[in-house]
Design a protein around this ligand. Sequence first.
Ligand code: ADP
Ligand code: MG
Length: 422
Amino acid sequence: MPFSQLGLSPYVLPALQQALQQAGYAAPTPIQQQAVPLIVRGRDLVALAPTGSGKTAAYVLPALQRFSMGQARKPRPLLQLVLVPTRELALQVSDVFNTLGRQMARRPHLVCAVGGVSINPQLMALRGGADIVVATPGRLLDLVAHNALSLGQVQLLVLDEADRLLELGFGDELRQILAELPVRRQTLLFSATFPPDIAALAAAGLRDPQRVEIRDQAQPEIAQRAIRVDAGRRGELLLSLLDDPGWTQVLVFVGSRRDSDRLAAQLRAADISAQALHGDQSQGRRVRMLQDFKDGQLRVLVATDVAARGIDIARLPVVVNYELPRSPADYLHRIGRTGRAGEKGLAVSFVDADALAHWRLIGKRNGMQVALEERDGFAPKDAPVQARVVAADNGGIKGRRPSKKDRLRAAANARPDPAPNP
Ligand code: ADP
Ligand code: MG
């Protein structure tokens, strides 16, 4: 099916087709085939499709069409709002808007509103209004508080990585934003994973939503491996795996900002070009590290979950879970940074004694069958957690394993940094 069959208006189609061709998009992906016709008809939508399947263009094309059908007004009323969970993703989505909109006779004024950088340029950019804003929730609320922006006329709301935005942590900010939006609007939710909890979806204010789901047959080829290793030897294991010349570039996920800095330093000490990426860094630095990695100037990027969602790195061959992610959904998002747009990829997870039970849970929830391997010279010696945990953080109940909450609490007590966010 060609792009011309998606129900896009003949007025805007030639300009979009030209841009699509320049971007190297020959034909729509399955999620684009299914979602675009529904969106241009004005339906609310819950769209579920694997990582790397082209969800961005599935909402950007109809959004550009909607813009093209409106008339120019001064000042520009904000009519379209795209919310994403991370700054990196906001920049990336803005790029897709600019790329696919570049042949349009009248182009939208798009403002990317993200935290971690000075608010002033964004205030300046919003003088005279904006047609489309791509934002992270916190900065959007700041701009609303500065009266730089009114959400009262928004016609189209997109939540990309919607399940993440609906999670606790964003829930409050999202509620405040939704309260500012008109009730009559089109709302689109996109993600590779959704909570089974329908109440959370209803909270997003969907009206009679259509549901579109692209199943795994379209899932890119991501080979998965899991290696048992003692926690203290994970750095060595990573170094030994990096001997493989096929591992030209590796995105390594760790659990904390500190681990991110420490492991990157350890790799550099072994003459491997590596940098850390995490939420404690300035936004300028984050953008630079990610760009250097995308440009191939860095072999290893050691990141927290700020890089887990949505980030598109072409031809990234390997993702390593140095530390397992918190949730089974996060696992899918992390490994989905490789194997994008139909390419092949490899995801390797390190499983230490403490993580065994959690690994099984991730496997079960995601319906995975990944055998645990041992690697020569790295046979695990640590005892599994059940044998070692005593009264420490479990409320003194003998034999009870510390829950995730217990562990988070313990971690919060142990480190001065109060923010659990990556
Ligand atoms: P998702 O949001 O589903 O994880 P993205 O929208 O980031 O995926 O797209 C993944 C990659 O596929 C990007 O590099 C994008 O440029 C590319 N892509 C998207 N749509 C097409 C298409 N129709 N043809 C070819 N490549 C595409
Ligand atoms: Mg995406």
